[in-house]
Design a binder for this molecule. Structure first.
Ligand SMILES: [Fe+2]
Length: 313
């Protein structure tokens, strides 16, 4: 590269982009917009909490520890992935308080497509000796205007009593690492069903178990969970994708109001109050025997409210 002649030799040619001058590209404009918001947001937080030099350095050192332990990506997912998902996949169900739509809760890593379409009376596929207390789930699928949705498809998947999902491989859960029960039959506790002429559905499953996150014990992320007083697990939940022609598909999870883990797991916002439902225990022998059961059972009512998709223009 030739240098321009002149009395002040700046060591670079200012007439060409030599990598030191700003480049205006759409990507850079986007980066500038986000970073120019990020900087004062973090600065406000630092000032609000009187963060000291020492605490700031500890935070940077913690990020370095996460990176060295190969846990930076996982930590980013746990603590900031929620926002990214809500800004993208969850956008169609943002602000459910506006119209009473159901709450979007992310799919999670255990979803697999292709679950069988079940036949009535509905019961999720399960082993003959499937451990766990029986749970009868029923409810209605309707639109935000209150109309029942006939023939809506509800795709359910849930962990078994031990907290394991069927159809899972080690690759699917990386970088988490927890024991997998690979002996489960395919599509155990996974299935699809359709709503009836009143938009209603009813099916049997078993009460789900605790889904642990599989963090490396003693690692920086494990230590951080403990310092935050949060549990390295998900609250009990049932996953669902509810879809019907003319409506945005809804991905959600239902949580249990008597679960002590509510609000104490990796991110309390992943269990919004509107996704938490009561269960009723039915322990009268005459009642459960009449249903062909030899143990008490639980019931739960979950209504799913879908938003109409915007008409094509
Ligand atoms: Fe799950």
């Amino acid at each position: 590269m030739s240098r321009t002649a002149g009395t002040h030799d700046l060591g670079t040619d200012r007439t060409e982009n030599n990598g030191r001058t700003p480049m205006s590209t759409p990507e850079n404009t986007r980066l500038q917009a986000v970073f120019n918001d990020l900087q004062p947001t973090i600065e406000d937080l630092i000032i609000k909490h009187d963060v000291t030099q020492e605490e700031f350095q500890q935070a940077i050192a913690f990020l370095q520890d996460l990176a060295e332990a190969d846990e930076l990506m996982l930590a980013s997912f746990f603590y900031f992935g929620w926002g990214v998902i809500m800004a993208n996949e969850g956008r169609a169900y943002a602000n459910p308080e506006k119209d009473g739509a159901s709450t979007y809760v992310p799919t999670g890593p255990a979803y697999v497509p292709g679950a069988p379409l079940l036949e009535r009376p509905y019961k999720l596929p399960m082993r003959p000796d499937e451990p766990g207390e029986p749970l009868l789930v029923s409810g209605q699928v309707r639109s935000t205007s209150g109309e029942p949705i006939v023939g809506a498809e509800i795709d359910i998947w849930t962990a078994n009593k031990a907290g394991d999902y069927s159809n899972m491989t080690r690759e699917m859960i990386q970088p988490m690492d927890f024991p997998l029960d690979e002996s489960l039959p395919p599509f155990n506790l996974r299935g699809k069903m359709l709503t009836d002429d009143e938009g209603r559905y009813e099916y049997w499953q078993v009460m789900p178990g605790i889904e642990w996150l599989g963090l490396r014990e003693g690692g920086p992320l494990d230590g951080f969970f403990k310092k935050l007083g949060r549990v390295e697990a998900r609250p009990l939940h049932i996953h669902a994708i509810v879809s019907a022609a003319g409506f945005h598909p809804l991905t959600t999870q239902t949580h249990f109001s008597d679960d002590p883990f509510i609000g104490k797991t990796f991110d309390p916002r992943t269990t919004p109050a509107s996704s938490v439902y009561d269960t009723q225990l039915h322990d009268d022998p005459a009642d459960f025997k009449a249903r062909g059961l030899d143990t008490p059972y639980h019931t739960m009512t979950i209504d799913y409210v879908l938003r109409p998709a915007a008409p094509a223009v």
